[in-house]
Design a binder for this molecule. Structure first.
Ligand SMILES: Nc1ncnc2c1ncn2[C@@H]1O[C@H](COP(=O)(O)OP(=O)(O)OP(=O)(O)O)[C@@H](O)[C@H]1O
Ligand SMILES: [Mg+2]
Length: 480
């Protein structure tokens, strides 16, 4: 991790010459730039361990360079050179994140000392920051992914297996099942940890922009390309690129992705140079990719190249055991984030949540909990706080056998509540009860073949009460 490649930027040729000679003699690779713009261009193209830049240069000053360069490579160490007369500049440079400064004129020993210092700092700081990062992320991944269903355990196992290698992973799952979360987990558990994780949503970017987003473009490659642009693949160098919604990638781009996977190099739009990229690809889709292959909307060769290791994220409704721990996890998180006192779910609210079909999967669950936490003034969340849920009819239709009667009635009530309210009559209670009583009595009588005595027994009500209800509710008794 030591110090290898150094960029020297100074408009004075003699200064460049002296420095490069001294540094090369010590075995470093040195690149030279005559002004700030050129230096910045080189920083975009090369990964430097250190840049030594003059503050006063035509075009872009060393200070501006410092700022821009750190946007491109946040870990670049910059040492500025300044004339003794302008200490103010040196101070400003340090404020903007320069690692150190040298005042001109200087002896080469001063440069040696600085290089020595940078070199040691780089070793230590890169180790420390890597370790810190590592601890932080490891910790996070384990805490971030909730669920112990067999389906999720399979996923954990696969993450563990693929993390150590560079194999391509294809994550498939409905919307909101955690595809991006898993992609990150793979990255943060891999040796690429500490390097960039770059995500790009292929469905969210207009087709004609997608290519330059992915591969970058040279200045003048098309109208509006006033500057060179570094694409996502280059940004992800040494790290992981997450190609989200890959099913939406146009066919011609699919061919180009395939090439990157095979050749491990890219060409910027309008460029002729092949630029090597060392990138691990994780792709995700919520579409049936094989189906797309059959329809010739997705290249078969790319499919197999991506699908080296598939991870299938099961919809939440098919791993209901995960719902409760997820609810608890999101509850704690929402309360912490929103800085509200801890809240809990009542058992019937939990039952409602566990029985919902969650077409939007974990994302829907997360949003539902957040909404309830925000809207409820109480520390105990009841079914009322999850009102919106039952409005959705799929709740009832998707899982009839798993719904409690109460949940079904509640769902139904909620979905028709507006209508009831509009009627503005003072007999809602009776009318709602009627609608529960009538089917209940009808069903019981059916089971007892019209025997009112037995029906009253089963229902646990008085025979006369039953008789009265039958006539009030207008129930026809079928005897067979
Ligand atoms: N197992 C899980 N444990 C904790 N949080 C989860 C889990 N799965 C998903 N999430 C959370 O749910 C939300 C949606 O997850 P994510 O964005 O990864 O889903 P996705 O499959 O990429 O969805 P989409 O297809 O809509 O892009 C995120 O906030 C994520 O952190
Ligand atoms: Mg996603």
């Amino acid at each position: 991790m030591g110090l290898h490649r150094i960029l020297v930027a100074d408009d004075e040729e003699s200064m460049r010459w002296v420095l490069s000679k001294a540094l090369r003699k010590k075995g470093y690779t040195v690149d030279l730039a005559a002004d700030g713009n050129e230096a910045l261009r080189q920083v975009r193209e090369q990964s430097y361990d250190l840049a030594i830049v003059d503050i006063k240069m035509p075009g872009m000053t060393g200070l501006d360079f410092l700022e821009k360069a750190r946007e491109v490579r946040s870990d670049l160490l910059v040492v500025v050179m300044t004339a003794e007369a302008s200490m103010k500049n040196a101070v400003e440079a340090m404020k903007r994140g320069a690692y150190d400064y040298i005042t001109k004129p200087f002896d080469l020993e001063v440069v040696d000392a600085i290089i020595e210092k940078v070199s040691r700092a780089r070793d230590v700081s890169s180790q420390v920051s890597l370790l810190k990062q590592e601890l932080k992320d490891r910790y996070q991944v384990e805490k971030n992914i909730v669920g112990n269903s067999p389906a999720m355990q399979e996923v954990y196992k696969t993450i563990g297996k693929v993390a150590v290698s560079d194999v391509t992973v294809l994550i498939q799952g409905e919307s909101g099942t955690g595809k991006e979360l898993i992609a990150r987990a793979i990255h943060f558990n891999s040796s690429r940890l500490g390097k960039p994780f770059v995500a790009i949503n292929c469905a969210a970017i207009p087709k004609d922009l997608l290519e330059s987003e992915l591969f970058g473009s040279e200045r003048g490659a098309f109208t509006g390309a006033t500057e060179r642009k570094i694409g996502k693949f280059e940004q992800a160098h040494h790290g992981t690129i997450f190609l989200d919604e890959i099913g939406d990638m146009p066919l011609d781009l699919q061919a180009k992705i395939l090439r990157v996977l095979q050749e491990q190099e890219i060409t910027r739009i309008g460029g002729s140079q092949n630029i090597p990229v060392d990138v691990r690809v994780v792709a995700a889709t919520n579409q049936e990719l094989l189906e797309k292959v059959r329809n010739r909307e997705f290249r078969e060769d790319l499919f197999y190249r991506l699908n080296v290791v598939p991870i299938n994220l099961v919809p939440l409704r098919e791993r209901r055991d995960d719902i409760k721990p997820l609810v608890e996890y999101f509850l704690t998180r929402a309360c912490t984030e929103l800085e509200t006192p801890a809240k809990q779910c009542s058992s019937d609210a939990m039952e409602l949540l566990c029985n919902h079909s969650w077409p939007g999967n974990v994302r829907e669950l997360e949003n539902t909990i957040k909404r309830a936490v925000i809207l409820s003034g109480d520390t105990l969340l009841t079914p009322v706080d999850f009102g919106g849920l039952a409005d959705r009819h799929e709740t009832i239709h998707a899982m009839p056998q798993e719904q409690s009667l109460e949940a079904i009635v509640e769902a139904k009530l909620r979905s028709s509540m507006n209508g009831i309210e509009k009627l503005d009559r003072g007999d809602i209670y009776d009318r709602v009860l009627e609608q529960v009583e009538r089917p209940l009595i009808r069903y019981t009588l059916e089971k007892t073949r019209g025997n009112q005595v037995r029906a009253a027994d089963i229902l646990g009500i008085n025979r006369n009460t039953l008789r009265k209800k039958i006539s009030e509710l207008g129930i026809q008794i079928k005897k067979d």
